[in-house]
Design a protein around this ligand. Structure first.
Ligand SMILES: NC(=O)c1ccc[n+]([C@@H]2O[C@H](COP(=O)([O-])OP(=O)(O)OC[C@H]3O[C@@H](n4cnc5c(N)ncnc54)[C@H](OP(=O)(O)O)[C@@H]3O)[C@@H](O)[C@H]2O)c1
Length: 236
């Protein structure tokens, strides 16, 4: 499909995998709305990719704040009137050494607000714009740690894993709702990636980002409501 003139919004894109997804989409010819919660960081990141020759606009957007999501949707409506791709990438709270049996559940609310409700509200708020797009894709950046099928050993990162399992449920339900409109919705694990969240030792950021971009560039008859890493199915 021709990508020139197509518009993609990436959340949490000022660093890490989201930044590299923005770069790879820029390379493919997308106009990228590079979003993040800190306006200064977003402006700096957008400028860095513009300097590499890509078509990038900064967008201040805190996905944990419903008012910020609504304001961003209003801004994109006014400035572009449509959206072709939404990459729900932003997430928080990967913490090891947390077990389901004793983790402090008062910490769960913020993680759910960002990782689950933030992505879900993004999809809802931008749906009117996505419905005006073409070859529309919603990509929820998830994690293998949210695979219930693989939670067979004593599990750590319990809260984070729960949020990614819930995000996967949102993926499935949105995919069912939007299938008749030709909108593809998938969950993608980027693998263990060497970012601030992943920590040292993971694979290079471009490899993790490519796993995500694969789902953006699926053909119209591609899969929907599924969970992948590097184009290969993962068990729910
Ligand atoms: N790295 C891995 O090994 C790995 C493995 C599996 C899945 N993932 C998933 O991949 C995605 C990207 O992870 P990463 O490794 O790139 O993480 P990261 O380096 O920690 O970057 C996270 C990004 O999300 C942003 N963010 C956090 N809360 C936000 C909010 N409320 N509103 C908007 N932006 C927000 C951060 O912005 P600030 O700079 O303002 O904090 C940052 O830009 C996440 O969904 C993560 O769960 C990562």
């Amino acid at each position: 499909m021709a990508t020139s003139g197509r518009i993609a919004l990436v959340t949490g894109a000022n660093r890490g995998i989201g930044f590299e997804v923005s770069r790879q989409l820029g390379r493919l010819g997308y106009h990228v709305l590079l979003s993040g919660r800190d306006a200064a960081k977003v402006a700096q990141a957008a400028e860095a990719l513009r300097a590499e020759g890509f078509s990038i606009s900064p967008l201040q957007l805190d996905i944990s704040d419903p008012a910020s999501i609504q304001a961003a949707a209003a801004q994109v409506t006014q400035e572009y009137g449509r959206l072709d791709v939404l990459v729900n990438n932003a997430a928080i709270y990967y913490m090891t050494r947390q077990k389901a049996s004793n983790v402090d559940l008062s910490l769960a609310q913020a993680a759910v607000q960002t990782n689950v409700l933030g992505a879900w509200q993004m999809a809802q708020a931008f749906l009117p714009l996505l419905r005006k797009g073409t070859h529309v894709r919603i990509v929820n950046v998830s994690s293998e740690s949210g695979s219930i099928a693989r939670m067979k050993t004593s599990y750590d990162s319990a809260i984070y894993s729960m949020t990614k399992a819930a995000l996967n449920a949102v993926t499935r339900m949105l995919a069912v709702d939007l299938k008749s409109e030709g909108i593809l919705v998938n969950s993608i694990c980027p693998g263990w990636v060497d970012t601030e969240m992943g920590g040292p030792g993971g694979r290079p950021i471009p490899d993790g980002a490519a796993s995500v971009v694969w789902a953006v560039t699926l053909p119209d008859d591609g899969p929907t409501g599924a969970f992948f890493q590097d184009g290969q199915p993962l068990p729910w």
